[in-house]
Design a protein around this ligand. Sequence first.
Ligand code: URA
Length: 428
Amino acid sequence: LDAVSVIAAKRDGCELTDEQITWIVDRYTRADGVAEEQMSALLMAIYLRGMTDREIVTWTQSMIDSGTRMDFGELRRDGRPLTTVDKHSTGGVGDKITLPLAPLVASFGVAVPQLSGRGLGHTGGTLDKLESIPGWRADLTTAQLYSQLESVGAVVCAAGADLAPADRKLYALRDVTGTVESIPLIAASIMSKKIAEGTGALVLDVKTGSGAFLSSPDDARRLAKTMVSLGTAAGVRTTALLTDMSTPLGLTAGNAVEVAESLEVLSGGGPADVVELTLALAREMLDAAGLPDADPAAHLANGRAMDTWRAMIAAQGGDPDAPLPVAPHIEVVRAPTSGVLRSLDAMAVGVAAWRLGAGRAVPGAGVQSEAGVVLHAKPGDTVTAGAPLYSLHTRTPGAIGGAVAALDGAAVISPPGSATEDDSRPLT
Ligand code: URA
């Protein structure tokens, strides 16, 4: 076997053999005989040619085999085995759902291991958001993760370096070679990590719309189907919801501002769309855990979810009572005209938050906890000329111009009753 023949086979539209896939993923991960430029060429050939179901299964298995698998089978509480359920979102703008969801589901006695990532580009990272809580640590050892699952139930932490290391290398390469938006590669990337993690059940939140990786609903549906069949074949009870990411979730996109909004939800309030999605995903997860009659809304109202949040934050060194950081510079952008806000483009808001310092342009760079965008209106709301539309939060006032430019044309406002659905698309 050699890299050139594998690349040429995929370039010419042939189906790769199991042996070819296993060999190239293994050798690339170990930097033994497959160069970065060769894997780049293969990824582009996969992007253009696609993969058969069998190829996707083998590619995913090879990524799982590149590292170690975790096993939650030994977890116990009061002597009884614990059921594990995880949730994964394909990412979006203002998607803070993991923050209220993990403690909410865990408050029913289910273990929720949320191995999460950091933000890259316009989508935020769950760990970046939680790090705005003073003292909170993302890095846990496997022993600490197991122990917190047994005691608190909910854990949100960084994935260990040995969980599907092939994905770490491949994802970084895809990011710089224009090969992220490939259904087989996204499905294998996400599912290799989830299967290696060892969760018993998994609920996928697959996003569609301008702020999602795959904006078309058909592509998102195809991605969801591919991931559900990979999970099911690996013995993980897997379901998926297809949810909208054409406009940001809730009224915040950034770090501390999203934590603050999550705390509102855990206190029984918060924006309707965030509450609705949190409850829909919680019901799926509780159903998968064998608790179809559980009522998650009750645990938001009675403080049980908040109690678990406080325990989860404290177990990872955070102070749940500490004030969240507030940006020293807040610029208010006002509505240019009066009318109904027809649409508000998620991608534009994500780029603005990123430029304000909430995200990073290169892996490993720092982020500003205080940075982000706070929305004062959502699609369907009536706005008045001169009233605040967004507040831009940052530590670096020089970033405000770039954020304002990103938001240019993002909000479409028209007089009540004057626009049809099609007229309401953002003008670019
Ligand atoms: N998230 C992942 O983990 N991998 C992808 O390829 C895309 C989104």
